[in-house]
Ligand binder design. Structure first.
Ligand SMILES: Cc1ncc(COP(=O)(O)O)c(C=O)c1O
Length: 424
């Protein structure tokens, strides 16, 4: 038997000559067989327009980038110093997979101080971002055929995390006229015999909505009565505006730790996105389950980030206050400026650092059919990058992040206004 092969990079041709039968077989490299789990997963849809924007910037094009879901500020100096000290002192080895006791206690301590809770080390796990804890929570709590209710517009990863765990995301719309705030009535209407839990994110990415305490109380009571989980993601907890008050599900945690889970992160509050540190607060058994998953996947979050996070959580919040003041100023300018552009309707978001204007009045004009083509239009014609609302399950909208300087915000809005004027 004579065997040869030729590889043109994309395809492998294998030629087998069998002398007796004079047989020539050409086998083409089979497609890689991915698991159903991965095939069912979408790549983060926020990335498509942003990747194009990055490519343009690399070519030297001046793009105003309203895409980023991260603060434009540097990590506070005292936090960076703590990270540097950790390296110098050799704190560069594995730690407990669920995070050091010192960090877990610092997280518990911050909640105990703010809310008067009595959280202990066993109630806390630290991981490589809030995203990891959310992902692991779905793996730990959701089985095949379980349904998880997600108010829509939603943060992009929630549905995929539920699906990856084998569950089914059930979307329940929030009303823009109600400032996108989730309501108990809408969640109750989506409940079925298969419902396993609810995910609430407040303040919300992408809408900025801040849930009212009275609605959260009804949702929490309902989840407790039906033995459902309520995963409450408060990654943007400190960024609430105009007298709006952040209601946290931690209020129900101590009485009902089997049902309430809190997820939070260092990323947005302390401008620490790249350090990768987030955490969950839950029943010790849930924490142990998350720890088990973590011990077989990523192990501990970075030892250096853990030391830096203790400093951030325990040090003073002066830098956080400065960032907050900047977001307040930008938001106050941005919302009315967008509403002055004919065809754009922008609700005043109560929290986070995003606005979520309705741009559907432009659909059908020029090349614009939906939020994706609207975003492409802005990138091509205005050199402004935004995220299409379709990425968050709401195609009439776009997400604009104001985690960029006032100067760039003004420039970006001027460009959007000019480009939209010319469209027929
Ligand atoms: C609503 C929400 N939850 C969780 C996360 C995860 O943040 P990280 O993994 O950086 O802690 C993000 C990040 O964008 C977010 O917007």
């Amino acid at each position: 038997m004579d065997r040869s092969s030729r590889d043109d990079g994309a395809t492998l041709f294998v030629v087998i000559k069998d002398e007796k039968k004079d047989l020539v077989t050409i086998a083409i490299r089979p497609e890689i067989r991915f698991s159903d789990r991965v095939r069912g997963m979408q790549e983060s849809p926020t990335l498509a327009v942003l990747n194009r924007a990055t490519a343009l910037v690399a070519q030297g094009v001046d793009v105003v980038d309203f895409g980023p879901g991260e603060p434009d500020f540097r990590t506070p100096a005292n936090v960076c110093e703590a990270g540097k000290r950790a390296i110098d002192e050799g704190i560069t080895r594995y730690t407990n997979a669920s995070g050091t006791k010192a960090l877990r206690d610092a997280i518990a301590g911050r909640y105990n101080k703010r809310y008067g809770t009595k959280l202990r080390t066993e109630n806390v796990i630290a991981g490589s971002g809030g995203k990891q804890e959310l992902f692991n929570l779905m793996l730990a709590l959701v089985d095949e055929r379980d349904e998880v209710i997600i108010p829509t517009p939603y943060w992009v990863s929630f549905p995929d995390q539920v699906s990856f765990a084998g569950g089914t995301p059930i979307f329940t719309a929030v009303d823009a006229k109600n400032r996108f705030r989730p309501t108990f009535a809408a969640i109750e209407a989506a409940v079925s015999s298969r419902t396993r839990g609810v995910i609430v994110n407040s303040p919300c990415n992408p809408t900025g909505a801040v849930i009212e305490e009275s609605e959260l109380a009804k949702i929490a009571d309902f989840c407790i009565a039906r033995d459902l989980f309520l995963v409450f993601d408060e990654t943007y907890e400190l960024f609430v505006y105009d007298g709006s008050v952040h209601a946290s599900a931690i209020r129900w945690f101590e009485k009902h730790p089997e049902n309430i889970v809190i997820v939070n992160s260092m990323s947005k509050t302390f401008a620490m996105t790249g350090w990768r540190l987030g955490y969950a607060i839950a029943h010790p058994d849930i924490i142990a389950a998350l720890g088990k998953i973590q011990s077989h996947s990523t192990s501990n979050p970075s030892s250096i980030a853990q030391v830096a996070s203790i400093e951030a959580l325990s040090g003073d919040d002066a830098d956080v206050k400065k960032m907050y003041a900047a977001y307040c100023e930008r938001r106050a300018w941005l919302v009315p400026a967008l509403n002055r552009i004919p065809g754009i309707t922008c609700a005043n978001p109560d929290g986070a650092f995003y606005v979520f204007p309705d741009v559907s009045s432009f659909f059908g004009k020029g090349s614009i059919r939906d939020s994706g083509s609207f975003a492409s239009f802005l990138l091509d014609e205005a050199r402004v990058a935004v995220v299409p609302g379709a990425a968050f399950g709401a195609d009439e909208y776009i997400r604009i992040s104001y985690a960029t300087s006032m100067e760039r915000i003004k420039e970006g809005v001027a460009r959007i206004e000019k480009a939209l004027k010319n469209i027929v």
